[in-house]
Write a protein that binds this ligand. Structure first.
Ligand code: IPE
Ligand code: IPE
Ligand code: MG
Length: 234
């Protein structure tokens, strides 16, 4: 009983280290991204098994557009292919799939594929899988500020925390309970800045392509031992 109560509702992952994983094998960076898709599959399966309700993955940041053209186009093609290949599994496993981020920067064909998969999986109720694509925390706060400025033409004092929550692209998603970053880097890299106010952080040295079910379950175990105080005295 105690164990299940400590399962995080929302696990978020900054999937990092694909390039270094490939380089260590004398391969192109894209090879690491391909292998990383297998880790996504493993973590999705593990989330369903563990009873995690939301799994969100940082797949591509606004800053990642600055990478070489062939890596960017390779990543976009990979996302398109992987999403389409996984659709049957999403439907069979009760997975609702969402993409959040600056969708205006994505190609029409990728946006159409995303819309179609989001629609088809909308009733999935076992796990919500969120891919953050062309996302950055500062961009999210900026687009929220613009929405709020447009809708609160009166007294700015009327704007409350819940209004900011509602204006962010994550409006329907609970804040992450656990944020994992792989590959040994210990930074947020412009990820969920507002939403991680009280999230537990776990930094793993494992490179993303090596992060599979055992590593995911080990992270849940570590989370279960954390004491979340939210600034209060217990
Ligand atoms: C994470 O792996 C995937 C993306 C950011 C798209 P990286 O591509 O950042 O891999 P490293 O950090 O260079 O090893
Ligand atoms: C963060 O990884 C973004 C994603 C995992 C999508 P990066 O590899 O882009 O971050 P930095 O450059 O090391 O901060
Ligand atoms: Mg990286």
């Amino acid at each position: 009983m105690e164990e299940t109560q400590k399962v995080p509702r929302h696990v978020s992952i900054i999937m990092d280290g694909n390039g270094r994983w490939a380089k260590a094998r004398g391969k192109e960076r894209l090879y690491g991204h391909f292998e990383g898709v297998e880790s996504v599959r493993a973590c999705v399966e593990a989330s369903v098994e563990a009873g995690v309700k939301y799994l969100s993955l940082y797949a591509f940041s606004e800053e990642n557009w600055e990478r070489p053209d062939d890596e960017v186009s390779g990543l976009m093609e990979l996302m398109m292919k992987a999403m389409k290949e996984e659709l049957a599994n999403f439907l069979a496993s009760g997975i609702r799939f969402l993409v959040l981020g600056n969708r205006a920067r994505l190609s029409d064909s990728l946006n159409a594929a995303i819309d179609s998969i989001q629609e088809q999986t909308a009733s999935g109720d076992r796990l919500t899988l969120i891919l953050f694509v062309s996302y950055s925390g500062k961009w999210d706060m900026l687009q929220a500020a613009r929405k709020l400025a447009a809708s609160f033409a009166g007294n700015p004092e009327d704007i409350d925390f819940k209004d900011v929550d509602a204006a962010l692209v994550t409006s329907d998603i609970p804040d992450p309970d656990l944020l994992i970053r792989t590959s040994g880097e210990q930074r947020l890299s412009n990820y969920l800045l507002w939403q991680c106010a009280y999230t537990e952080f776990l930094f793993s040295d494992t490179l993303w392509p090596d992060f599979r079910k055992p590593q995911f379950f080990a992270a849940l175990k570590e989370y279960a031992g954390r004491d979340r105080r939210y600034g209060k005295v217990k």
